[in-house]
Design a protein around this ligand. Structure first.
Ligand SMILES: O=C(NO)[C@]12CC[C@H](CC1)C2
Ligand SMILES: [Zn+2]
Length: 317
């Protein structure tokens, strides 16, 4: 594929106008951004389930059709997430080696989910009641791309406690990316694309995981076999700890002094990429996070004290 690097404009899933990088040649405008790593490439599954599908081609470099919105956001938010990991953590793409970012939208029919396939991001359109097209939320795209970061670093096994930590890392960086771009930021997950007819709800709350029935303390962890051993359930324990570490608060009688999003992000990034291993459980997660904070701020630092308090507050001692 050859052509000229260009900039297009278009409307996202929620009708917001944005600009993004494309490649233009005599065929038209492709959703190809050659300015980041080895490139960002966005594809159309055309409501079938073959991936990646067809590289997205538009006729006039203006992406304002309703059908275009999912692709506009997948492409733009992948670029923003790339920028977050490069600019904040000096990580060039999800593998640190400039790997191509490949996304497919319009996957399946009324498909209420999104996932990292092991090699690319995949987004359904939702059924219009539970979800609208899932690439419409920056925290969701950053969630998915963080699965790729995890897979190329700690490689946390996607089940039981290691899987819950895997899921929580994706929720944590999904939220931190949302704050980094100040895109209606909050400590909820998927709020922008979840239940369009219900205001103020979210798929999950990191501030209060019990709102979606998930545990906010290790003593309340799920020990069944559903959800790969509760990877989207027991993530609440770590999500609550992350909320407390960044924002502060008291939880079950334990008070945590908040250290802010940036320091929390640096601690979690170092924990994920330097200390966690495929079989890490919550106990090893506590030790690893303390070590990462110690590396960054010193053993007697306030940051280390807050990490210890945050894990203690959720019953991981
Ligand atoms: O938690 C997830 N995947 O592991 C979700 C579910 C809905 C959003 C898109 C994918 C987040
Ligand atoms: Zn996930």
């Amino acid at each position: 594929l050859t052509g000229e690097d260009s900039t297009a404009t278009g409307k996202g899933v929620l009708g917001d106008t944005k600009s993004f990088n494309t490649l233009v040649n005599s065929s038209g405008s492709y959703l190809v951004d050659r300015t980041r790593g080895s490139g960002i490439f966005t594809y159309d599954a055309k409501n079938r389930t073959r991936t990646p599908g067809t590289l997205w081609l538009d006729s006039d470099n203006v992406y304002n059709a309703a059908y275009d919105g999912a692709a506009v956001d997948a492409h733009t938010y992948a670029g923003q997430t790339y920028d977050y990991f490069q600019d904040v953590h000096s990580r060039n793409s999800y593998d640190g080696n400039g790997a191509e970012l490949i996304s497919t939208v319009h996957y399946g029919r009324s498909y209420n989910n999104a996932f990292w396939s092991g090699s690319q991001m995949v987004y359904g359109d939702g059924d219009g009641n539970t979800f609208v097209p899932l690439s419409g939320a920056l925290d969701v795209i950053a969630h998915e791309l963080t699965h790729a970061v995890t897979d190329t670093s700690a490689d946390l096994i996607y089940q039981n406690e290691s899987g819950a930590i895997n899921e929580s890392m994706s929720d944590i960086f999904g939220t931190l990316v949302e704050y980094h771009f100040n895109n209606k930021p909050d400590w909820q997950v998927g709020e922008d694309i979840y239940t369009p007819s219900v205001a103020g709800d979210a798929l999950r709350s990191m501030e209060d995981p019990t709102l979606s029935g998930d545990p906010d303390h290790y003593s309340k962890r799920y020990t069944g076999t559903g959800d790969y051993g509760g990877v989207h359930i027991n993530s609440g324990i770590s999500n609550k700890a992350a909320f407390l570490l960044a924002n502060g608060g008291s939880h079950y009688g334990v008070t945590v002094a908040g250290i802010g999003n940036d320091k929390a992000g640096d601690i979690y990034y170092r924990t994920l990429t330097q200390y966690l291993t495929p079989n890490s459980n919550y106990s090893h997660f506590r030790v690893s996070t303390i070590q990462a904070a110690t590396d960054l701020y010193g053993a007697s630092s306030a940051e280390v004290a807050s990490v210890k308090a945050a894990f203690s507050a959720v019953g991981v001692n």
